[in-house]
Design a protein around this ligand. Structure first.
Ligand SMILES: *[C@@H]1O[C@H](CO)[C@@H](O)[C@H](O)[C@H]1NC(C)=O
Length: 168
């Protein structure tokens, strides 16, 4: 090593040490999580019927439509897509909900639903909140016993799926 390289090397080392000393290890930031549930439901009835039933159910569960203790709000509804939201009783938490409808052969319908916590949470444990936001609408409107009903999701796509007891 030449004297110059040595000088350079020690300068780099000194800088490194100085920066390590100057910058104390930052406290680990909490990992931001966004709890959500995505699922697909199949029905043996036309999308128009499923979409109408879900729209009516969201309205029936909305304070704007005469259910003061309910927490759903319809944002937009078209035959192919419904957007809504759900807020917690204390108003501190909200979830954004959507359903989209794809007609299938033989007058069937494939519904893709999603509920996601708005903003971030420090935990992925939502107690099945996002799953139940969706499931409660299907159950209350009788769609879970509609012809051809089939639910497709799993724990990775939908938190709390398989473990949550949804209470209406
Ligand atoms: C939920 O939807 C309603 C109706 O569109 C809207 O007024 C409200 O701001 C929304 N809430 C949140 C948290 O997005």
């Amino acid at each position: 090593m030449t004297g110059r390289t040595l000088l350079l090397a020690s300068a780099v080392l000194a800088g490194l040490v100085a920066s390590l000393v100057a910058a104390p290890a930052p406290a680990p930031a909490p990992t931001p999580y966004q709890p959500f549930c995505a699922a697909i439901w199949l029905f043996g009835t036309p999308c128009a019927e499923i979409s109408a039933a879900l729209t009516q159910q969201i309205e029936a569960f909305s304070p704007l439509f005469g259910c003061p203790d309910c927490h759903y709000n319809l944002v937009t509804a078209t035959p192919l897509r419904i957007s809504a939201n759900h807020t917690s009783a204390d108003g501190l938490q909200a979830e954004s909900i959507s359903f989209s409808f794809s007609p299938m052969m033989m007058a069937g319908c494939r519904v893709s639903g999603r509920s996601a916590t708005i903003g971030f949470s420090t935990t992925l444990l939502d107690g099945g909140l996002n799953y139940c936001n969706l499931y409660n609408l299907l159950a209350a409107s009788g769609l879970t016993s509609a012809p051809g009903f089939m639910e497709m999701t799993n724990e990775w796509a939908c938190l709390g799926f398989g473990t949550s007891q949804c209470k209406l």
